[in-house]
Design a protein around this ligand. Structure first.
Ligand code: SAM
Length: 280
């Protein structure tokens, strides 16, 4: 039984970080003319209605997308993300928030395709109904890390894999490392974006050391937190490891996070960074 439902968290500061990075990675892949495949291992329901009582329970979006979406001073690399969020809310009232599937779908070009996996049956059914008439999208109601075995390497030989686990099972960090090693062995040139929450610092460091020890090279680490490291309350921040980021992404990520952190961390806590966990 999966307890995690993303609607409680949709549009929060971690989503803004994750989705802004995701949009930029997709734009980076789209720079080359040849088609690519986007693979989303933990897809959720695709898009979120922020007027739903679950979204309002803690109203996390108020300290996330609500602070950002109408800003006119965001640096250019933010445009693909902010433009899509605005397109979801054309009347200027923030109600709908695109999850990774809808955001990615809006950034695919004709000829590109995407594969979505979601283990929660109810959520997967919603995802399926959203895309059932869209030949570009394959929806799999299964374990997302298992589905990588079936879908990598993609026939296009170009692709981005987003791994956005809900971390609601013990041993998840170890599973992620194992899945990354296996996926990278199948598809070494793929771009991989692995999101993770910053909770217990020791667990985070152990995960990163394990990724380092795999021998996989060209791993960029981006982080954005809005609370200090000793914070033990709600989520203090999150990070993303990006394997094989597209050319120019490192600079763009620096620019984006330098702008985003003071907007989201109003109290001036936490911080942001972009650095190589493993260089080329
Ligand atoms: C953080 S949410 C995903 C949000 C989504 N990626 C987005 O950005 O809009 C994590 C999702 O993973 C699903 N999930 C949990 N374990 C899974 C697994 N083993 N395989 C696939 N999905 C899983 C949960 O039901 C939840 O919907």
């Amino acid at each position: 039984m999966l307890a995690y439902r993303h609607l409680f968290h949709a549009g929060n500061f971690a989503d803004v970080f994750k989705h802004a990075m995701l949009a930029r990675l997709l734009v980076g892949l789209a720079r080359k003319g040849t088609p690519f495949c986007y693979v989303d291992t933990h897809s959720g329901i695709g898009r979120y209605d922020l007027s739903h009582p679950w979204a309002h329970k803690n109203a996390e979006f108020r300290e996330g997308i609500e602070r950002v979406w109408m800003r006119t001073d965001a640096p250019e690399p933010f445009a693909p993300y902010l433009d899509r969020v605005r397109a979801f809310n054309p009347d200027g009232h923030l109600r709908f928030y695109p999850g990774s599937p809808c955001l990615a779908r809006a950034l695919l070009r004709p000829g590109d395709r995407m594969v979505l996996s979601e283990l929660n049956k109810e959520d997967c059914a919603r995802l399926h109904s959203l895309f059932e008439h869209d030949g570009t999208v394959t929806v799999r109601c299964m374990d997302g890390l298992q589905s990588l075995k079936a879908h990598l390497p993609p026939k296009e030989r170009r692709g981005l894999v987003l791994v956005d686990s809900s971390f609601d099972r013990a041993g998840e960090y170890a599973r992620l490392v194992e899945a990354l090693v296996d996926a990278h062995r199948r598809f070494a040139t793929g771009v991989y974006a692995i999101w993770y929450p910053l909770m217990a610092p020791a667990a985070t460091r152990a995960f990163e050391r394990r990724v380092f020890a795999t021998g996989i090279r060209k791993v960029l680490r981006a982080e954005l937190s809005v609370r200090p490291e000793r914070w033990t309350g709600s989520l203090r921040g999150s990070a993303m490891l990006i394997v094989n980021p597209p050319f120019g992404f490192e600079r763009e990520a620096h620019e984006m996070l330098a702008w985003l952190w003071p907007v989201l961390a109003k109290e001036g806590q936490g911080g942001q960074s972009v650095r190589w966990l493993v260089p080329e």
